[in-house]
Design a protein. Structure first.
Length: 670
């Protein structure tokens, strides 16, 4: 038996480097060719932010709108920025950034497994699983957009440096420096995320390591290392607060606890998302009675087996007497448990999209996959039957690269790969360039992608549509893009066929002039104007010209109906008659005039107000206390820039209230 196993191990050690080499080649194929097919605007943000940094000379651009409290400190955009002086900011730089990130992910995986004191074959097998792709969704989260792959390698390096602080006294200060810099950077980026993903899991792992040591062992190294970690976290938090005071941030909605039915729903969606993540759900590309159909059945069984064996392996490693394995396993278990708890019990994720919601678990799942891999290869903490199943799972995952990394390409192309694939988005970018169009606006999922695919030759900025008009979508974009001074001359509005109905072209033409031409490209409409759409008063943050918001069928409201040129709340209808538009205002003094008519004998028709930050901050308020058509005028001042400014009319229901519109003007400074 021993001889047989040694022969198997010898064969495994010879085979694994070849599997790893093949996976690396296919990973490169995925990043260079496949990702051109599935590139999206979320992934393109790193190129756009790097360009903004280069143009402004600010590493944290003051006009950039960060989101959810996330500062991009050392992230995927950093690698774009490093090569930006030498290369055009297009898909090539995107690929190069991903290649650098992939190298760091593999280095992090190697460092992570080195703490487990396993054989070289087990560590190479772990890299084979890590580079195997596992699924298109996992490859996207880890290597494509790379956000969660970056979080994995950051956690792996932090774990490694912290361990070395405790166990490598000769180079103690070097490892301390590594821990301090990593911890400070992670807290600088987002303290709340750092607590959940890194700090609590790491401190729990360190506490478990200390408690497992025999009595009488010196406690001081553990206390000193933990204190240095906490001081680094405090430093990073201070840097975060200081930086946030100089930039713009669009905060995430407040988390809310879910009721029992909500938790059950999230549990179902999470299970579905896990099956997708491990490529366990059958896809439409495979008939049941076919080789690919059999492979899909194999992946379904493999996914279910993983969901059983991964937590079992982690649990057993937490109970082992081996300090390194216990340290790593506790970290993985706590990180996974915390994120799963938030995913199941709060409003953290959009559960309408299981493949997107599950991304929060990716870093901890990668840790668990590596623990399962090394346990199976080296036969650690598992029965012979569990090891056999584990080795089968490792074989499936390590050899999944061809299916995972080539699936998008095979669905669209039967021709040899090209450095620039003729995707629809690439053809559209070329069409815009051929028609001498350089600056325009489109919905989020098209804007950033086209900008990157054209290597900034055509810059398309993301917009939303409100009351039939395109409005800036400022999340993960720069306010500079939406100022009329940023671009002079022709601009275009790029719309898909399904988006045409969202645009009130006559209202848009009344503001900036009629289109000079309209172009068609497949199912796209390109509406070209002589002027920049940013000249609309609704876009002007400085309010250099007064802005008027007439009542229309597109005006947001909760009660009332449109009658002629007014939104009307009849007697008995109480609530928000109008709100919006959710615009930005620079610091200064303003006057808002509400054109509101009141009819009836009541002395309380409701009130009007001006609010900011989605209605949470009241800037001015006026009562509707008498009948008549006299406008209500409110003035207010703000020392800081405001976002989400709304002009609201609240009807009491005691009389008839008709709102024709609101008018805002900037007042001279006193």
């Amino acid at each position: 038996m021993s001889t047989t196993f040694n022969i198997s191990r010898s064969r495994m050690e010879r085979l694994l480097p070849w599997v790893l080499a093949l996976n690396l080649a296919l990973l490169l194929f995925f990043l260079v060719f496949d990702y051109q097919v599935i590139l999206h605007s979320d992934s393109a943000v790193k190129n756009l932010l790097a360009q903004e940094i280069r143009e402004t000379g600010e590493y944290f651009p003051s006009e950039w709108n960060y989101a959810n409290g996330d500062l991009w400190v050392l992230f995927t955009h950093t690698f774009v920025l490093l090569f930006l002086p030498f290369l055009r900011n297009g898909i090539g730089l995107h690929i190069l950034s991903d290649v650098v990130t992939a190298a760091l992910i593999l280095a992090g995986g190697w460092a992570f497994m080195s703490l487990l004191q396993v054989t070289r074959a087990a560590r190479i097998a772990g890299l084979c699983v890590l580079t195997g792709g596992i699924s298109v969704l996992m490859a996207e989260h880890v290597f494509g957009q790379a956000a969660y792959g970056s979080m994995f390698y950051a956690g792996a390096f932090l774990l490694y440096c912290y361990w070395q602080q405790l166990h490598a006294p000769r180079r103690y200060w070097w490892w301390t420096l590594g821990t301090v810099l990593l911890c400070a950077q992670l807290f600088w980026a987002n303290p709340l995320r750092a607590i959940i993903f890194y700090a609590l899991p790491l401190l729990a792992a360190a506490a478990a390591l200390r408690l497992a040591r025999p009595a009488g062992v010196d406690l001081r190294p553990h206390v000193r290392t933990a204190l240095l970690f906490l001081l680094s976290a405090a430093l990073g938090t201070a840097l975060h607060l200081a930086t946030m005071s100089t930039v713009r941030n669009l905060p995430a909605p407040a988390l809310a606890w879910l009721d029992f039915d909500g938790v059950l729903h999230n549990l179902k969606v999470t299970a579905y998302g896990l099956l997708i993540l491990f490529d366990g759900m059958p896809r439409w590309d495979a008939a049941v009675a076919s080789p690919m159909g059999a492979y899909r059945a194999l992946r379904f069984v493999a996914a279910l087996s993983l969901l059983y064996l991964m937590p079992l392996t982690v649990y057993r490693m937490t109970a082992t007497g081996h300090p390194g394995r216990m340290f790593v396993a506790v970290f993985a278990a706590i990180a996974g448990a915390l994120n799963l708890l938030l995913l199941l019990t709060t409003s953290l994720a959009d559960m309408a999209s299981p493949d997107g919601a599950i991304r929060y678990l990716v870093p901890s799942l990668l840790c668990m996959l590596l623990l399962l891999t090394v346990a199976a290869v080296d036969g650690l903490h598992c029965t012979p039957r569990e090891r056999a199943v584990g080795l089968a799972l490792v074989a499936v995952l390590a050899t999944s690269s061809f299916v995972s990394y080539t699936f998008p390409y095979r669905q669209f192309y039967q021709v040899p790969p090209a450095l620039k694939l003729p995707t629809q988005a690439a053809r559209l970018a070329a069409f815009l360039q051929q028609n001498q169009l350089r600056y325009g606006y489109s919905s989020f999922w098209n804007a950033g992608k086209l900008t990157v695919l054209s290597a900034q030759a055509v810059r398309v900025r993301q917009v939303l549509f409100e009351r039939g008009l395109p409005m800036p979508m400022r999340k993960l974009s720069s306010n500079r893009w939406y100022d009329a001074s940023y671009h002079h001359g022709e601009t275009f509005l790029l719309l898909q066929e399904s988006e045409l109905k969202q645009v009130d072209l006559p209202a848009l033409s009344a503001r900036i002039g009629a289109p000079v031409r309209t172009l068609r490209f497949e199912d796209w409409h390109v509406i070209v104007f002589n002027r920049n759409l940013a000249e609309m008063a609704e876009w002007n943050r400085t309010l250099a010209r007064p802005a008027h918001y007439p009542a229309s069928g597109e005006t947001p409201h909760l009660v009332g109906t449109l009658q002629g040129d007014s939104l009307v709340a009849a007697p008995g209808e109480s609530g928000v008659l109008t709100y919006g538009p959710g615009r930005m205002l620079m610091s200064g003094r303003y006057q808002v005039t509400f054109e509101v008519e009141r009819a009836g004998t009541a002395d309380d028709f409701g009130y009007v107000d001006v609010t900011a930050d989605a209605g949470t901050r009241v800037l001015a308020r006026g009562e509707l206390s008498e009948a008549g058509g006299k406008p209500v005028v409110l003035t207010f001042a703000t020392p800081v820039e405001l976002s989400g400014v709304e002009f609201r009319v609240i009807a009491s229901g005691k009389g008839r209230v008709a709102m024709r519109g609101a008018h805002i003007v900037r007042l001279p400074q006193q």
